[in-house]
Design a protein around this ligand. Sequence first.
Ligand SMILES: [Zn+2]
Length: 124
Amino acid sequence: MSKRHSNRSLSEDNSLFQDIQRGVNHLKSCPQCSQEYKQQQFDVLFVRGNVRVVHILCDVCQHKIVTLLATTPFGMSSLGVATDLSADDFLRTAHLDPIGEDDVLEFHTFLYKHHKAFVNLLSK
Ligand SMILES: [Zn+2]
């Protein structure tokens, strides 16, 4: 389980968590196991103006969601996706370029040339 960073946890921002609980029904509980979320399960990863990128980890089933949360004069809206990345993994990889076709072909060529060494490396 990823280590929580108190500086980005909503535990410091009571009103935002309450706004989320009031305004965004699908962020009240885990879609996988229906366990109600607690404030400390929300990690704010980025803030850009009125948009936050929030990582939510269910303490019961470990289901993870990354959601864009926008606060507008008309209320809150969000767009989320399930992820297998921890909050720390998300922050570590967010600035990297996406994997392209050339990267996949290059990796295929690498495996083709070095498959025995690669299998040995994995079996250690
Ligand atoms: Zn869950």
